[in-house]
Design a binder for this molecule. Structure first.
Ligand code: TEU
Ligand code: CA
Length: 556
C-alpha cells in the first residue's frame, strides 16, 4: 500500500458551536477555536475537522448551508477562517471543513431562484415535480428526519421538491452538469485558500435511483426508508470520480467521507489507491444497535458484538486502504456511555475503550471531549433538546404507543445532543465554555470532568490519550502502530478484545471488556509493557491475569 502523508496522524473533530465561545454570546466560534490551537497541539493533533461554519439558518446546525462562500456571523468572519488556517499551519495542523453537497439550505440563492422560476435554470438544480392537492406524492420515501421526503415548493400550490433530510435541506440535483460544475468551483475555491481537505457529508445520497419511484413500505407509517432507494441507485462512483478529478486530486487534498449504505465490493473504489476519497469512517459498531422501528427500540451493544464488528471492518479494509476509527461524533451519543454498561464507566474503562479503538489499523479520529471521557447528558425534559433528529425519534416513540416518560427514557440515550453540549474546559461557570448563556445546557458533571483537572493529574483519561498519541508518533513504534498488520488474538474468548499489530515490532493490544477479571494466555512473556491503564500488571505462568477493564499494549 502506498504511504500517504496523513497515515501517521491523529485527527480531531471540532463541533464549533460547542467548543469555545470568545465573545460571550453563548455560541462557540472561530476565534474560540484559534485560542485553543495550542491545546490541540499539546495533545498531538495534526488533522482538524470543523463541522460546518458556513452561512446557515441552522435548521440542522449548519448542515443546511445558505452560502458556501461565507462564514456564518455566529462563528466569525472569513478573516477569522483565514487566520485559523494560518495559525493551524504554524502548529503543523491540517484543517478540514465539512463539505455538505447532497443538499443546501432552502435559504440558498439557488433554491430561492428555483422557487421564483421552477422552469428556469435553477429549477434544474433541485428535484421539483408537479403535484396536485389530494394526489399521492412522487415517491413514498421517508426522510431521515421523519415524514415524507416531499414538501410544497414555496410559492407554488402545484409543485413539490425533494428533501432526504429536513424540509429546509432541499436535495441538489447532481444529474445536472451545471450544478456539478458550481460545486467543483466552490471546492477549488476553498482548496486554493489553503484548506487541507474536507470531511464529506452524507455523500452516498447524491445519486438517486431514476426514474424516481415507490418502493414497498417498510415502516409503520407506510413510507419506505431511503436506504431501499439507495440500493437501487447505481452510478454514484461516476459522480465521485468526476468530483475527485476536478478538485481533490489537483490539490492533493485529504478527504474523509461519511458513507452509509455503500456496497462492500465498492470499497477499493472509495478508499483504494485510486479511490475517490482518502478514507471513510468505520461506522460498523455505531450501526450495531440500529432498529427499523427507530431509536426507542435499540438494544444495548455487548462487548462481543462490538469486537466482532470491529474485527470484521478491519478485515474488509486490510488489503484496500485505511479507514478512520471513531467511538463517537456529533451524530452519536458519547462512546463511553454507549459501549460501557451503566455503573461501569470508570476512568479505567474509558481508557480501555479509547485504547482499543486508537490502536486499530487506520486513522484515529477523536471527537471533542472524548479525550476527557465526556459522558452522555442527564437531560430531564424534552424541552432541553435542540436536535431535530431526537425530536422526531421522540414523536416516533410516542406514535408507537410509549408513554411520554418511556419515550423520553428510550430515546434520550441516543440523542445527538449528548455529544453537542459545550466542551468542559474547567470547573468555573459553564465549564469555562462561555461567560454568557450557553446555547445548549452544559453537562452538570463538568466540575468533575474537565480539561483543567485532568491536565493536572497524570493518571487521567486525557493523559492516557496523550500517551496513545505519543506512542503512535514515536520513532520506535510508529512503523508498527501505523502500518503494521492487525490480527485478532483469541477472538472467541468472551469479553476479551485482543489483537496483534505486526510490523517492525510485534505488539499485542488487549482489553478486558468486562468488570470481572479474566486470564489471557500468552505465547511467551512480553518484552515490555508499553501502556497499561492500571497501576499494576499480574503476569503468571498461565498468562496475564487481567483486572476488570484492564487495557495493555505489550511489546512481544
Ligand atoms: O449525517 C448523515 C446521516 O446519515 C444522518 O442521517 C445520521 O444518521 C443522523 O444524524 C442520525 O440522527 C450527516 C451529518 O453528520 C448530520 O449531522 C446531518 O444532520 C446530516 O448529514 C444532514 O446533513
Ligand atoms: Ca461566540
Amino acid at each position: 500500500m502506498k504511504r500517504q502523508w496523513w497515515h501517521d496522524k491523529t485527527a480531531y473533530q471540532i463541533y464549533p458551536k460547542s467548543f469555545c465561545d470568545s465573545n460571550a454570546d453563548g455560541i462557540g466560534d472561530l476565534q474560540g477555536v484559534i485560542s485553543k490551537l495550542d491545546d490541540l497541539q499539546a495533545l498531538g493533533i495534526e488533522i482538524l475537522w470543523l463541522s460546518p461554519v458556513y452561512l446557515s439558518p441552522m435548521a440542522d446546525q449548519g448542515y443546511d448551508i445558505a452560502d458556501y462562500y461565507s462564514i456564518d456571523p455566529r462563528f466569525g468572519t472569513m478573516e477569522d477562517m483565514e487566520r485559523l488556517l494560518a495559525e493551524a499551519r504554524k502548529r503543523g495542523i491540517a484543517v478540514l471543513m465539512d463539505l455538505v453537497v447532497n443538499h443546501c439550505s432552502d435559504e440558498h440563492e439557488w433554491f430561492r431562484r428555483a422557487c421564483e422560476d421552477p422552469d428556469g435554470p435553477y429549477g434544474q438544480y433541485f428535484y421539483i415535480r408537479d403535484w396536485h392537492e389530494g394526489e399521492k406524492l412522487p415517491t413514498n420515501w421517508c426522510s431521515y428526519f421523519g415524514g415524507p421526503c416531499w414538501d410544497k415548493l414555496p410559492g407554488h400550490e402545484d409543485k413539490v421538491y425533494l428533501h432526504l433530510f429536513h424540509k429546509k435541506q432541499p436535495d441538489l440535483n447532481w444529474e445536472n452538469p451545471a450544478l456539478r460544475q458550481e460545486i467543483y468551483r466552490m471546492i477549488n475555491w476553498w482548496l486554493d485558500k489553503g484548506l487541507a481537505g474536507f470531511r464529506i457529508d452524507a455523500i452516498i445520497n447524491i445519486k438517486k435511483a431514476l426514474p424516481l419511484c415507490d418502493y414497498p413500505p417498510d415502516r409503520p407509517d407506510g413510507l419506505c426508508y431511503v436506504s431501499t432507494m439507495l440500493r437501487h441507485a447505481h452510478g454514484v462512483l461516476d459522480f465521485l470520480d468526476e468530483m475527485a478529478r476536478n478538485t481533490f486530486q489537483k490539490h492533493d487534498a485529504f478527504t474523509i467521507a461519511e458513507l452509509f449504505d455503500d456496497r462492500p465490493e465498492d470499497l477499493p473504489r472509495f478508499i483504494g489507491e485510486d479511490g475517490c476519497f482518502s478514507t471513510i469512517f468505520d461506522f460498523s459498531e455505531n450501526a450495531l444497535d440500529s432498529s427499523p422501528n427507530g431509536w426507542y427500540d435499540r438494544k444495548p451493544i455487548t462487548a462481543e458484538q462490538y469486537k466482532q464488528a470491529v474485527f470484521a471492518a478491519q478485515a474488509r479494509a486490510a488489503d484496500v486502504g485505511f479507514m478512520a476509527n471513531i467511538i463517537e461524533n456529533h451524530d452519536e451519543p458519547r462512546g463511553v456511555s454507549r459501549y460501557l454498561p451503566r455503573g461501569e464507566r470508570s476512568e479505567a474503562a474509558k481508557k480501555m475503550l479509547g485504547g482499543l479503538n486508537f490502536m486499530l489499523r487506520g486513522l484515529p479520529f477523536l471527537y471533542q471531549g472524548q479525550e476527557l471521557g465526556m459522558e452522555n447528558v442527564p437531560f430531564a425534559d424534552i424541552s432541553q433538546i435542540d436536535d431535530i433528529s431526537t425530536l422526531d425519534e421522540y414523536q416516533g416513540a410516542l406514535r408507537a404507543g410509549l408513554s411520554p416518560e418511556d419515550a423520553f427514557a428510550a430515546v434520550i440515550p441516543f440523542s445527538r445532543d449528548n455529544a453537542r453540549t459545550p466542551y468542559q474546559w474547567n470547573a468555573s461557570a459553564n465549564a469555562g465554555f462561555t461567560t454568557g448563556k450557553p446555547w445548549l445546557m452544559v453537562n452538570p458533571n463538568y466540575p468533575r470532568i474537565n480539561l483543567a483537572e485532568q491536565r493536572g493529574r497524570t493518571d487521567s483519561v486525557y493523559h492516557f490519550y496523550r500517551e496513545l498519541i505519543a506512542l503512535r508518533r514515536s520513532p520506535a513504534y510508529r512503523e508498527t502502530v501505523v502500518w503494521g498488520s492487525l490480527e485478532p488474538y483469541l477472538a472467541h474468548q468472551r469479553n476479551l478484545m485482543a489483537y496483534w499489530r505486526k510490523g517492525e515490532k510485534t505488539l499485542l493490544v488487549a482489553g478486558n471488556f468486562q468488570a470481572g477479571p479474566q486470564v489471557m494466555p500468552l505465547p511467551h512473556a512480553p518484552r515490555q509493557i508499553l501502556l497499561n491503564n492500571l497501576p499494576d500488571i499480574d503476569l503468571r505462568a498461565d498468562g496475564v491475569h487481567l483486572a476488570g477493564y484492564q487495557f495493555l499494549v505489550m511489546e512481544m
